[in-house]
Design a protein around this ligand. Structure first.
Ligand code: NDP
Length: 307
C-alpha cells in the first residue's frame, strides 16, 4: 500500500497552497483534486480581487497556475475523489475512487464547500453568464445594472448590501415574510434605498436571451406570477461544507463546518488539519482559503517534526 507523508484532499486555493508549502518543506505531498478540480473559483469567470493581478485574472488560469506552481516544487497532483477514510489512528487510511487504498501520516482536508442552488434548469443554463453564487467574485460586472439576490439570511443581506454599492438596483427575493438574518444586518438592508425586498416570493425561472440573464419569473405565495427585469441573479441560500466523510472523527459545527483549534488548522485528530472553505463559514474567499492552506502545511510540518 502506498504510504504518503502529507496527503491533501481538495484542489482549490487551500489545497494547492498547502501543496506548495508542503513540497517546499520536503513533505512530498500528494494532492487529490476531488470532484471539482480547481475548486469553487472555477465556477466564476474573472477574479479581480486576488492580490497581484491588477487587471484581473481568469479563474481557471489562476487555478492552473497554482497547480503548476505546486507541481514545480514536486507536489504530486492527481485526479480522484476520496470515498472512504479511517482516521481512528495513524497512519490514516484513505480510499480514492472506491479502489485505491492509501496510508497517510498527515492529512490536510481542503475539500471546500458547495454553494446551494435552487436546482432550476434555467439557473444551470446561465450559471457563469449572469447566475452566480458569489457577489464578491462577480458583483463588479453588474455596476450600474439591476440584480437580484435570493435568500434572507446573513449572507443574502451581506451580498445585497455589497451589490447595492455597485448596482443601480438590487431586488431581494425572500421566500417568507421575514428575514432569517440578524437584526443588525436587516436594519442595514432596510436603510439601503436601492434594495427592494420581494417578500413571499420564490423563483420559478431565470429568464435569458440565450447569452445572459434578462429577468426572473417569480411566484408569490398566493399563486400569482410576475416577472422582474434583471441582469444578474445571485444565489445566497447557504453553502454546504464538504465534510461528511470526516464527520465520524473530526468535530464539526451545527452547519457541518470542521472546527479547528484557535488560529491553527488543527482538528481534534492529531495529524489531521483542515483548510479553506470546509472550515470557514465566514470569509469564503480564495485568498483566505489560500492563507489557511499555508497554515495547514506549516502545521503538518511542525507535527511531523515533533513525531
Ligand atoms: P442561512 O441558512 O442562515 O440562510 C439561508 C437563507 O436562504 C434563508 O433565508 C432561507 O430561507 C433561504 N433559503 C434556503 N433555501 C432556499 C430556497 N430553496 N429558496 C429560497 N430561499 C431559500 O445561510 P447563510 O449563508 O445566510 O448563513 C450561514 C451562516 O453564516 C449563518 O449562521 C449566518 O449567521 C452566518 N453568517 C454570518 C455573517 C456575519 O455575521 N457577517 C455573514 C454571513 C453568514 P428561510 O429563512 O425561509 O429558511
Amino acid at each position: 500500500m502506498e504510504k504518503i507523508r502529507c496527503l491533501i484532499l481538495g484542489g482549490g486555493p487551500a489545497g494547492f497552497t498547502a501543496a506548495i508549502y508542503a513540497s517546499r518543506a520536503n513533505l512530498s505531498p500528494v494532492l487529490y483534486e476531488g470532484i471539482q478540480p480547481g475548486g469553487q473559483l472555477t465556477t466564476t469567470t474573472v477574479v479581480e480581487n486576488f492580490p497581484g493581478f491588477p487587471g484581473g485574472v481568469d479563474a481557471n488560469t489562476l487555478m492552473d497556475s497554482m497547480r503548476e506552481q505546486a507541481r514545480s516544487f514536486g507536489a504530486d497532483i492527481r485526479s480522484g475523489v476520496a470515498t472512504e477514510v479511517d482516521l481512528s489512528g495513524r497512519p490514516f487510511k484513505v480510499v480514492i475512487d472506491g479502489e485505491t487504498a492509501l496510508e497517510a501520516e498527515t492529512l490536510i482536508i481542503a475539500t471546500g464547500a458547495t454553494a446551494r442552488y435552487l436546482g432550476l434548469p434555467s439557473e444551470e443554463k446561465y450559471r457563469g453568464s449572469g447566475v452566480s453564487a458569489c457577489a464578491t467574485c462577480d458583483g463588479f460586472f453588474f455596476r450600474k445594472r439591476t440584480v437580484a439576490v435570493v435568500g434572507g439570511g446573513d449572507t443574502a443581506c451581506e451580498e445585497a448590501l455589497y451589490l447595492a454599492g455597485l448596482a443601480k438596483k438590487v431586488y431581494m427575493i425572500v421566500r417568507r415574510d421575514v428575514f432569517r438574518a440578524s437584526k443588525a444586518m436587516q436594519e442595514k438592508v432596510f436603510k439601503t434605498e436601492n434594495i427592494e425586498i420581494l417578500w413571499n416570493c420564490n423563483t420559478k425561472e431565470v429568464l435569458g436571451d440565450g447569452f445572459g440573464v434578462t429577468g426572473a419569473r417569480l411566484l408569490r405565495k398566493d399563486g400569482t406570477e410576475f416577472d422582474i427585469q434583471i441582469d444578474g441573479f445571485f444565489l445566497a441560500i447557504g453553502h454546504h461544507p464538504n465534510s461528511e466523510l470526516f464527520m465520524p472523527w473530526v468535530e464539526t459545527d451545527a452547519a457541518g463546518y470542521i472546527v479547528t483549534e484557535g488560529k491553527s488548522s488543527r482538528t481534534r485528530v492529531p495529524g489531521v488539519f483542515a483548510a479553506g472553505d470546509v472550515q470557514d463559514p465566514l470569509y469564503r474567499q480564495a485568498i483566505t482559503a489560500a492563507a489557511s492552506g499555508c497554515a495547514a502545511a506549516r502545521d503538518a510540518e511542525k507535527f511531523l517534526l515533533e513525531q
